[in-house]
Structures are given as structure tokens and as C-alpha cells.
Design a protein around this ligand. Structure first.
Ligand SMILES: *Cc1c(COP(=O)(O)O)cnc(C)c1O
Length: 373
């Protein structure tokens, strides 16, 4: 079955109890036993398992070509579960431009628990290989990366991890399974902030892990999920599940619009550089062409004149909303260095755009006005 069809149908069937076509939301925290003490539907207590969460997990797994999916209360809860599955003394290699929360949880939470990490430039597989130590147990990938849309060769990184006896995890939030399928490239776990494109409307926080195999690692992560308790509410599961069903047409429009916006920005005199792997002269273009179907809805642009000039552009934007996050219907604009604070590695003049579902001409007119000042 093609992914567009899976997006609509996976984890979805009329409710056997009522015939309801839309997925029911099961708010109950507990489930009745029969007279013999058995649980007739297999559900005991909502933290362990819930019917609405089960439907969401059943929808997520096949999208990535995985055997099993685990839903979490946020992207960071999913990420944290992965690091919690490691042991003190283990070593993690992560991208030097990883999502700031990923880097922050490694440095400020897990270091204290004896998990060490190295942050490297993952555009060069040689740099990943050079960072491997005898204690390396996990290589974390994020591609295209945040905020400069750097592209990592997923298959090469997975080969390096396999020969080191380490797991490979890929944060696939920006690409979505429509544009990139890391499990097919021998990654072990795909992580999603479902908050973003999968839910797609900027109104729910969620995370997920999808594993290639339902084996020991899945059991360990399921234990952390259910006993650690970082699970999403039934309503949040329903919201994410509902969003997934329209991912294909939304993503098509995000990509169409981002391509138009990136091409426009690349010709503008006040623009120093546009980071978008869909542009033929982008350093990540050739790699992205090999491992992605299209290039996504995120664009970063460096404005001539550094932070003051970039902030002035943000201030003049009218249609682009000044807000963080990404993947919703409305276009967003953000000066990453101010948002990330003093530890930020984002270039001073860099603006990150989440290109939404408006008409591309309106977005370009708004940016044209904001850039001219
Ligand atoms: C937002 C995001 C996360 C974290 O997800 P939350 O739901 O905010 O916890 C992780 N990775 C990437 C790439 C993201 O964009």
C-alpha cells in the first residue's frame, strides 16, 4: 500500500462497538475485569495501555516501515526515553546542530547520570567515525538539521554505528515519513516530535519512537514509556492521529511553498545565504536528493547586516507570525539566536521560516516587503 493510503487508513477502522467511523476517544483510566478476573480486551490501566493510544501507535509504525511504535507526551519525552535505555558509562554521538532540547537534555540531565556525549559536524561521515569510542552505544542523527538544514548521509552513519556495535536513532521530525524513511536506511529507531508536521495544526504536543524490530530494545523502551509514565493523554493521541490522516496533502503544499520561498529569497540582494536542501547549489542538495523524496517546509535565511537587520525583517513581517515551533498551517518566522540564548550556535543574521499552507504569492509578497524595509 502506498504511504498516502496508509496515512488515511493505518490504525483506523470503524469502531466495532458502535460503528463510529471517526476514532473514539477513550478517556477511562481503568478497564473492567470479567467474573474470572480476566481483562477481556487486554486493557488494564491507561498509563500501561489505552485504546486511543494503541490506535495512534498502530497508525505510526507502518508509516516508517517499522514493526512497533511508542507514543509519548512530547518529542522530548520520546528522546529522553531513548537516552534512559542506555547505561552509565555509555557514550552518545550527536549532531553539533541538534535540536536544542536534545543537546540540553544530554548535557544538563544525562551527563549527571554518567552518559557522556560528543557533538560533531555530521555532514562529514569521517567526523562521526573519528568520534567513536569503545563506549559509543548510540549515534543520534537529525537531518535536515535545525536551524541550518544541514544534511547527514543516513546510510553512512548507520554503517559506522553498526560496525561500532552502536544503535542509530534518527530524529525525522522535519522530513516526516513522506519525505524520508530512515528505517529503510538501516537506522534502528526513528524519533518524531508529532507536535510538528504529523499533528500539523500547532495545537497538541506529542512524541513517538518507531522501531524496525519488536525485540528487546522495543521491550526496554516500552517499559520506560509505561512505568516512567511520559505518555500522551487519550485526547492528545486522538489529535495526533487525526493530523496524520491529512499529512500527504499538507506536506505537498508545505514543500511547494517552501521551494517557491527559497527560490525567491536566493535572488534577493539583502540575503547572504539561503539554507534549503532543495536549492541546487545548497551543500546538502546532492545527499538530500538521494535520501529524500522532497525537501520539506523549513527554510533558513541569513540576512546581510547580522542580528539587527534580521530582527528588523522579523518586525516588518505581517503574514508570517513571530513565533517558535513549526509544521502548522500558518507560516512562522523566528530569529533563532535570540530564541536559543547565549549558548546558541545559530549565525547572528539567521531567520528560520516554517513555511505554511497559505498561497505562496502572499508569502513572497510579505517577505519582499519585510526585506525591503
Ligand atoms: C520540536 C522538536 C523536538 C522536540 O519536540 P517537543 O514535542 O517540543 O518536545 C525535537 N526535535 C525536533 C527536530 C523538533 O523540531
Amino acid at each position: 500500500m502506498r504511504i498516502e493510503t496508509l496515512l488515511v487508513h493505518a490504525g483506523h477502522a470503524p469502531d466495532p462497538a458502535t460503528g463510529a467511523v471517526s476514532l473514539p476517544i477513550h478517556l477511562s483510566t481503568n478497564f473492567a475485569r470479567d467474573a474470572d478476573g480476566n481483562l477481556p480486551h487486554g486493557f488494564l490501566y491507561s498509563r500501561s495501555e489505552n485504546p486511543t493510544r494503541r490506535a495512534l501507535e498502530a497508525a505510526l509504525a507502518p508509516l516508517e516501515g517499522g514493526e512497533v511504535a511508542l507514543a509519548f507526551a512530547s518529542g522530548m519525552a520520546a528522546t529522553t526515553a531513548v537516552f534512559q535505555s542506555l547505561s552509565p558509562g555509555d557514550h552518545v554521538i550527536a549532531p553539533n546542530d541538534a535540536y536544542y532540547g536534545t543537546a540540553k537534555v544530554l548535557r544538563e540531565v544525562f551527563e549527571q547520570w554518567g552518559l557522556s556525549s560528543s557533538f560533531v559536524d555530521m555532514t562529514n561521515p569521517g567526523d562521526i567515525e573519528a568520534a567513536v569510542t569503545p563506549r559509543t552505544r548510540l549515534i543520534w542523527l537529525e537531518t535536515p538539521s535545525n536551524p541550518t538544514l544541514a544534511v547527514t548521509d543516513i546510510a553512512a552513519a548507520a554503517r559506522i554505528a553498526a560496525s561500532a556495535g552502536a544503535l542509530t536513532v534518527c530524529d525525522n521530525t522535519w522530513a516526516t515519513p513522506l519525505l524520508q524513511r530512515p528505517l529503510d536506511l538501516r537506522v534502528d529507531i526513528v524519533m518524531h516530535a508529532t507536535t510538528k508536521y504529523l499533528a500539523g495544526h500547532g495545537d497538541v504536543t506529542g512524541g513517538a519512537l518507531v522501531l524496525r524490530e519488536d525485540g528487546e530494545l522495543a521491550a526496554r523502551l516500552r517499559l520506560i514509556q509505561t512505568v516512567g509514565g511520559g505518555v500522551p493523554s487519550p485526547f492528545d493521541c486522538w489529535m495526533v492521529h487525526r493530523g496524520i490522516r491529512t499529512l500527504a496533502p499538507r506536506m505537498r503544499t508545505h514543500c511547494d511553498n517552501a521551494e517557491r520561498v527559497a527560490a525567491f529569497l536566493a535572488t534577493h540582494r539583502t540575503v547572504e545565504v539561503v539554507h534549503y536542501p532543495g536549492l541546487s547549489d545548497d551543500p546538502g542538495h546532492e545527499m538530500a536528493k538521494r535520501q529524500m523524496a522532497r525537501y520539506g517546509g523549513m527554510v533558513a535565511v541569513q540576512i546581510r547586516g547580522g542580528a539587527p537587520a534580521a530582527l528588523a525583517v522579523v518586525a516588518r513581517a505581517q503574514l508570517f507570525t513571530r513565533a517558535t515551533s513549526l509544521g502548522g498551517p500558518e507560516s512562522l518566522i523566528e530569529h533563532r539566536a535570540s530564541v536559543e540564548g547565549p549558548a546558541s550556535r545559530a549565525p547572528a543574521g539567521l531567520l528560520r521560516l516554517s513555511v505554511g499552507l497559505e498561497h505562496a504569492d502572499d508569502l513572497i509578497e510579505d517577505l519582499d516587503h519585510a526585506l525591503k524595509g
